[in-house]
Write a protein that binds this ligand. Sequence first.
Ligand code: GLN
Length: 485
Amino acid sequence: MDDFPDITQLRAGLDEGQFSSRELTAFFLDKAKRSNGILNSFISFCEEEAIHQATEADKRIANGTAGPVTGIPIAHKDVFCTKGVLTTCGSRMLQNFKSPYDATVVSRLKEAGAVTIGKANMDEFAMGSSNENSFYGPVSNPWNIERVPGGSSGGSAAAVAAGVVPIATGTDTGGSIRQPASFCGISGLKPTYGRVSRFGMIAFASSLDQAGVLGRSIADICLLFAQFAGPDPLDSTCHPIPDDWLEEGASLPSQKPKEKICIGIPKEYFNKATYIAPIEEAIRALETAGCTFKEISLPGTETAIPAYYILAGAEASTNLSRYDGIRFGYRCDDPQSLEDLYRRSRSEGFGKEVKRRILTGTYALSVGYYDAYYVKAQKLRRLIQQDFLKAFADVDLILSPTSPGIAFKKGSMADNPIEMYQQDLFTIPTSLAGLPAVSIPCGFEKEMPVGLQLIAPHFEERRLLEWSHYFQCLTDWHKKRPENS
Ligand code: GLN
């Protein structure tokens, strides 16, 4: 077995009895724990539960009832509620929170027999693009530990890139799966809004939050994704109609997908990216494979970041009002009055970026400013969605860089939130439109990995994943690993 086996290889090893799930789990737990002093990619480990789940998986393997991910160690971003184990959401506010139930994503993966080894570090309440906003400390990028892994699913991305876990879940509200995948040289899928249940996923901005996967390849991602996508009566925003391809396991063709496609290149994205050569090379590879390309325009691009920060902040201010020190979350010591309790619990429990979002969000929703900010941002959101719908009348997929640049140095944007917000320039419009998108590795710039973003129309995950997988059949960027991993 090579040092970086994929899930299919791991499953084969389990089925052939080369190793048991217990052994595999112990191996990854040990590797993850040893790396944590440097990477800090985990907030907590679930050793006891993992050994128990692995023992159960071994039984299923022995009696022939194993599925595609049974016995495979995984990590969950700490935004997912996991019954009986810590779920902090990267915040002091939930430092001691042990969830009484599992998120749907978690329970479905448990049923499928995957083994949770730990909870991955993340920006507090999923707000950030660098993982520096975690109460549990920043995460290091395994390609260069002085640099950030991206955020907010930075712990998941760093752990997968370093090979300390084969695959991990994440969430994406404005780019939090794709941007860290791009920074860490791995693949990431953000599904269509509504494809995956949000039940048990701690809410940041409910109209944007969506769960997905960060993995070493699109093939691995499909295996995991098929286990948890699909209708859920516990989330009314989850699309009620199942997708046959996903229900049947999301299997990928080994040859070129049958349909011929035309890929759109949004002109507004290309003058702002710092890495163009790897993207041009990816375009050439797809051209050779028979794809045609067409320049398209997404004129609302410039308005996406301001609209997103109004809307996401507004929703966050509402969602986070439940952490009042009484019903939920951290409570300050020795409160002098009810108001003192509220004020100090929230002041001490939340970090700086979360407070900034609550303040701006509350402002945008306040009586005098609601029309000027919130309503206007909603209108912009609709226009951005229409840009995409119009573009998809002519093209089948859209291609762009995932992020304007490579992973930046820790601390370099700490005092400049606006610059940090620009990191999501190419991922936020897709989120506002609710579209599915991936980031896949497509090369290097200054020795750091960079990602290619592919975007599909609503609920066209199959087309998106088949072509992304085909790209990975043509290239081997996704097989590159950081040294010392
Ligand atoms: N970086 C963006 C933000 O800070 C996106 C976060 C996310 O997708 N969860 O809001």
